[in-house]
Design a protein around this ligand. Structure first.
Ligand code: ZN
Length: 162
């Protein structure tokens, strides 16, 4: 079987995930997947991955969000002076996570579409997808840590308990 047939099968499969297929395309893809074990295996693996990713927004980010919030809270307890600014950062962190969780299915669709358009390798898409969630919270946590460092610097000699 020629390489272009497998490529067409993969492209149609990607299309089926994003915008759907015409009846002709569906028939062609089904026929190819029946004959071609490689493509069938690859599409099955992708289906599994997508299924797993769809279940991720419910479980993992809420856990990560809870841990991030805990960390930020601990920082607040350590540094009462930073409480007001820290609280704002805490709210930003929580909001960014909530937005990330709520927008995850849309974002993933967007990434899939972009990947199909630009022919990006799957790991790049997954990394981008993960960073979409992780970066805002990491920035907020970094801001809290920076704030704490600044406070300790202001305290001068008492700042040695870092
Ligand atoms: Zn094939």
């Amino acid at each position: 079987m020629s390489e272009t047939l497998h490529q067409r099968a993969q492209q149609l499969f990607a299309k089926s995930l994003i915008e759907g297929l015409s009846p002709d395309e569906r028939t062609w893809l089904d026929a190819h997947l029946r004959e071609c074990a490689d493509c069938a295996q690859q599409t099955a693996a992708t289906q599994e991955l997508l299924h797993a990713l769809r279940s991720v927004p419910v479980s993992v980010p809420s856990d990560l969000a809870a841990r991030t919030q805990l960390r930020v809270r601990l920082r607040l307890q350590e540094s009462a002076q930073a409480a007001s600014i820290g609280a704002i950062l805490w709210i930003i962190t929580a909001a960014s996570w909530l937005l990330g969780v709520l927008s995850a299915p849309l974002v993933w669709r967007g990434f899939s579409w972009l990947g199909a358009q630009l022919n990006l390798p799957k790991p790049v898409l997954e990394l981008g997808f993960v960073l979409w969630w992780a970066v805002p919270a990491l920035i907020a946590v970094a801001a809290v840590l920076h704030q704490k460092t600044m406070n300790n610097a202001f305290r001068g000699t008492r700042g040695k308990n870092v």
